[in-house]
Ligand binder design. Structure first.
Ligand code: SF4
Ligand code: SF4
Length: 355
């Protein structure tokens, strides 16, 4: 039976809840490669509650450290507005400091894998996700205009570096297919443990809404469908109405029926919780959003001949080998480029522009 822990917590005293999560969902970490993925949507201040709070992540990192793993990597691939600013996002949110030296820009190294050809035949995902023995996902309790909520399943969308996320948005074409595609991404590597920051959550028109909600909880589970069903219920939304939960259930990833979930703690609906409109039609067909998505899939790097020294660093670092030297200048293969912006970030001469 899937189990979900609901534990009281504050940011000052979160370690107790994290300890309880590891007690209830024991993991053997000694000698293992551990990957910890917070939700780092974009550069923001921690108190805006757009990302997993650094206090929660620090408590998890310290707990994992104490279990003597072979290695720890903390990372994420930020969303639409910050593809090329991975470290900045971690720095501004306080997550860089909370990562205690284990942060890596996971967008710098990726591996191509088969995907659902209905959307894209292949995707590149951060290599660490495939290399890790143990994957710990740290979602944030937030609403989302497209999927109603962003929790355990949606947090895995960040295993894709760069503009593939925008490409997949476009390939999905409508909210229903977007829900299905999110589950396909999640299935590429199902995390082993989920610990959710629900100390301060978000309501209204997430995932970057100014409407914050003091909830005072940490949730944990070893099953994403069960955790998201509990979150949906707390938000006042019938889990079975969420297409991505239906898809996940059909795929055998778990059950959203509360009768099938062992809930450790008190499950209470949050009174008057503000949900975004069900269905996601408004945001999906919002012209400004569509234009941004479209732009993101078109933009490509181009070296400035006046600044480029032809050092080849960008060619060596491109995670999908989309760059090659053409004489003294690097040239991009637009079909291979995933617009991860790593070449721009890494260029010592600041010669790489996005056109
Ligand atoms: S890293 Fe910068 S300077 Fe070096 S080849 Fe690439 S664009 Fe040119
Ligand atoms: S060419 Fe640059 S932006 Fe495109 S995939 Fe390679 S590193 Fe990323």
């Amino acid at each position: 039976m899937a189990r979900v822990l609901i534990h009281p917590a504050s940011y000052e005293n979160v370690r107790e809840a994290v300890d309880r999560a590891f007690e209830l969902f024991p993991l053997e970490l000694q000698g293992k490669k551990v990957f910890i993925k917070p939700n780092v949507l974009r550069a923001s201040e921690a108190q805006e509650a757009i990302v997993t709070n650094p206090a929660v992540m620090r408590a998890v990192v310290e707990k994992v450290e104490s279990m003597r793993p072979a290695s720890i990597v903390v990372g994420d691939n930020p969303g639409l507005f910050n593809y090329g600013a991975n470290e900045l996002c971690f720095q501004q949110t306080g997550l860089l400091e909370a990562a205690k030296g284990y942060y890596e820009n996971i967008g710098n190294d990726s591996q191509k894998v088969d995907f659902n050809p209905d959307f894209l035949p292949t995707v590149s995902l951060s290599r660490i996700v495939l290399d890790a023995d143990i994957f710990i996902s740290l979602p944030k309790f937030k609403t989302h205009g497209l999927t109603v909520m962003t929790g355990a399943i949606k947090n895995s969308y960040g295993i894709l570096p760069g503009a593939q996320k925008a490409k997949l948005h476009k390939a999905a074409g409508n909210p229903e297919r977007f829900h299905e595609m999110v589950v396909d991404v999640f299935r590429l590597r199902v995390p082993d443990l989920f610990i959710m920051d629900a100390v301060v959550g978000m309501e209204g028109n997430g995932p970057a809404s100014p409407d914050l909600r003091e909830i005072g909880l940490v949730l944990a589970s070893n099953n994403a469908v069960a955790m998201d069903a509990v979150v949906a219920t707390m938000m006042g939304c019938e889990p079975g109405r969420l297409r991505f939960l239906q898809t996940a259930k059909e795929a055998g990833l778990g059950d959203y029926d509360l009768d099938t979930i062992d809930i450790v703690g008190e499950l209470r609906r949050l009174p008057d919780f503000k949900l975004p409109p069900l269905g996601g039609e408004a945001i999906f067909h919002n012209q400004a959003v569509q234009e941004i998505l479209h732009d993101r899939t078109l933009v490509r790097p181009q070296a400035d001949p006046d600044l480029c020294t032809g050092c080849g660093t960008c060619v060596d670092q491109c995670p999908v080998s989309a760059l090659s030297m053409n004489g003294q200048l690097p040239q991009v293969d637009p079909d291979l480029c995933i617009t991860c912006f790593c070449c721009q970030e890494i260029c010592p001469e600041k010669a790489m522009n996005l056109r």
